[in-house]
Write a protein that binds this ligand. Structure first.
Ligand SMILES: Cc1ncc(COP(=O)(O)O)c(C=O)c1O
Ligand SMILES: N[C@@H](CCCC[NH3+])C(=O)O
Length: 444
C-alpha cells in the first residue's frame, strides 16, 4: 500500500488523512468529497523553494494554478512564498480576490482575450508569458493606451516530444503553444525587444506534463541555451531569466516512479548550469511552474459505493456516486488510479472489480480491474492522487452538482469549496417570458 503525506490507517482500521478519519469526513460533508492534505501541500511547496535556496540559485517557483485553483490554494501558495501561474481571467480573478501579490503573478495562455490582457495590465501583474504574434500586438496596443510598460517572457516551443501522453505534450514542433524556436522565435524576440511597451525578461518553455524522464528537459534546455547564445553573440541581446515550465511526474499507481522534488530541481539546475556555462552564458534566474507535483498526491476523493453487477466470467462492476464529472482524466487520457475501501483497511479478502462512474457514458470508468476489500453498497471508496486536474476540470455533466472540498490537517477539517446544490445547477437558466407555463407559474 502506497500512502503519501499524512495518510495512515487508524485504530478503527479506517483511512485517516491529516489526523481526520475519512469515514467521518464522508458522513459530515457527504460524498463525493475532495480531501486535501494541508501538510503535504505545504511540504511540497517548501521542498521546491528550499532546494533552490540550498543550491543558492535565484528562482521563482510559480504554482500552476490550472492544476487546482481556489482562494485557499492561493493563500497557501502565498504563505509559502510561491509565485502564481494563471492562464485565464478566472484564475487571475481568484488570485486577486485572495490578495495574492500581483507582482508574483505570471499570465499564460495561447489566446488571451483583450479583456484578460486589460485586467492583467490594470492590476499590474508580474509578467506576461507571450505566446504568439497577435498577442504581441494586443499587449503592446493596450499597454500603450494605458500608458504602461509590462514585463514579459516569450514562450518558445523547443521541438521536444516529451515522454508522456500525447494530449499532455506541449513542446513538440507541431504544437498550438508558443513560438517555434527555429523559424519564429528570433523574429518575435526582435519585435518584443524593441517594443517601448514591453520589457523582455527572458524565455519560457513547457514541454508537457506527468514527465518522469528528465532527458526531455535536457534537450529543451540545450536548444534554448543555443538560442540565448545566438541572441547574445549575433544580436547583443542578453536575458537574465529562463522559465522551464512545469511537468514533473507524480505517483498515481505503482507503475509510476517519480523522482523526489529535490531531485527534479537538482537535475534541472545541473542541466541549466551545464548548457549555459558551456556557451559562456551567465547563469540565469530560473523560474518553474509546477502544478501536479504540488497538489496531485495531496488530494484524495471519497465516494460512496452504490450499485454493482457481475457479468459471469467477465467482470464485476461497482458503481460510485461520482465519476467523469469530478474526475474526467480516465476518460480523457486513460489515466490510472489507485484506491482503497476507506472503512475496511484491515480486510484482506480482496476481490477484483472495476469502478464505474454514474455518468450516462460507457467511457465513464474510474478504475479498471483493481483489487479491493470486498466493496459493498455504503462503503467509502478513497481514490488517491486526485488533487490535480480533477476539480479544475470537473463539469456538471448530467446536471450533477460539483462536490465539496475540505482541507485537512492537525485533526481538523475545513470546508474550502462548498458542495453545489440543485439551485446552483439551474441558476443560469433563463426561460423566455413567452412560455405559457412560465406565465402560469408566476401568476400563482
Ligand atoms: C505553461 C504551463 N506551465 C505549467 C504547467 C503545469 O504542469 P504540471 O501540472 O505538469 O506541473 C502547465 C500544464 O501542463 C503548462 O501548460
Ligand atoms: N489536464 C492534464 C494536464 C494538462 C496540463 C496543462 N498544460 C492532465 O490532467 O493530465
Amino acid at each position: 500500500m502506497y500512502f503519501t503525506g499524512t495518510s495512515r490507517i487508524n485504530e478503527k482500521q479506517h483511512l485517516e488523512i491529516g489526523g481526520v478519519d475519512t469515514v467521518e469526513l464522508a458522513k459530515q460533508f457527504g460524498t463525493p468529497l475532495y480531501v486535501l492534505d494541508e501538510w503535504e501541500i505545504r511540504r511540497r511547496m517548501r521542498e521546491f523553494v528550499s532546494t533552490f535556496q540550498e543550491l543558492d540559485v535565484s528562482a521563482q517557483v510559480a504554482y500552476a494554478s490550472k492544476a487546482l485553483c481556489t482562494k485557499t490554494l492561493c493563500y497557501l501558495a502565498n504563505e509559502e512564498g510561491l509565485s502564481l501561474d494563471v492562464v485565464s481571467g478566472g484564475e487571475l480573478y481568484t488570485a486577486l480576490a485572495s490578495g495574492f501579490p500581483k507582482e508574483r503573478i505570471h499570465f499564460h495562455g495561447n489566446n488571451k482575450t483583450m479583456e484578460e490582457i486589460e485586467m492583467a495590465i490594470d492590476n499590474e501583474i508580474g509578467a506576461f508569458v507571450i505566446d504568439n504574434f497577435y498577442e504581441i500586438e494586443l499587449i503592446e496596443r493596450i499597454a500603450r493606451e494605458k500608458g504602461k510598460v509590462v514585463n514579459a517572457l516569450i514562450r518558445v516551443s523547443p521541438g521536444i516530444e516529451a515522454h508522456t501522453h500525447e494530449y499532455i505534450q506541449t513542446g513538440q514542433e507541431d504544437s498550438k503553444f508558443g513560438f517555434n524556436l527555429i523559424d519564429q522565435a528570433l523574429q518575435a524576440t526582435e519585435r518584443v525587444y524593441h517594443s517601448k511597451q514591453i520589457k523582455l525578461l527572458g524565455f519560457h518553455f513547457h514541454i508537457g506534463s506527468q514527465i518522469f524522464d528528465m532527458n526531455g528537459f535536457d534537450k529543451a534546455i540545450e536548444r534554448v541555451a543555443d538560442f540565448y547564445q545566438l541572441l547574445k553573440e549575433q544580436f547583443q541581446m542578453e536575458f537574465s531569466i529562463l522559465n522551464t515550465g512545469g511537468g514533473f511526474g507524480i505517483h498515481y499507481t505503482d507503475e509510476d516512479q517519480p523522482l523526489t522534488i529535490r531531485s527534479y530541481v537538482q537535475t534541472l539546475v545541473e542541466m541549466v548550469q551545464k548548457h549555459f556555462t558551456m556557451r559562456n552564458l551567465a547563469f540565469p534566474e530560473i523560474w518553474i511552474e509546477p502544478g501536479r507535483s504540488i497538489i496531485g498526491e495531496a488530494g484524495t476523493t471519497l465516494y460512496t459505493i452504490g450499485s454493482n453487477k457481475t457479468i459471469p466470467h467477465i467482470r464485476k462492476y461497482v458503481a460510485v456516486d461520482g465519476g467523469m464529472m469530478d474526475n474526467p482524466r480516465p476518460a480523457l487520457y486513460q489515466a490510472k488510479y489507485d484506491a482503497v475501501i476507506a472503512n475496511k483497511m484491515n480486510n484482506n479478502h480482496k476481490e477484483k472489480v472495476s469502478i464505474a462512474g454514474k455518468a450516462c457514458e460507457s467511457g465513464d470508468m474510474l478504475i479498471w480491474d483493481i483489487e479491493l476489500s470486498q466493496p459493498e453498497p455504503g462503503d467509502i471508496l478513497a481514490v488517491f492522487s486526485t488533487g490535480a486536474y480533477n476539480y479544475s476540470m470537473a463539469s456538471n455533466y448530467n446536471r450533477v452538482p460539483r462536490p465539496a472540498m475540505v482541507l485537512v490537517g492537525d485533526g481538523k477539517a475545513d470546508l474550502i469549496v462548498r458542495r453545489e446544490t440543485y439551485d446552483d445547477i439551474i441558476q443560469y437558466d433563463i426561460v423566455p417570458e413567452r412560455f405559457e407555463a412560465k406565465k402560469a407559474i408566476q401568476s400563482k
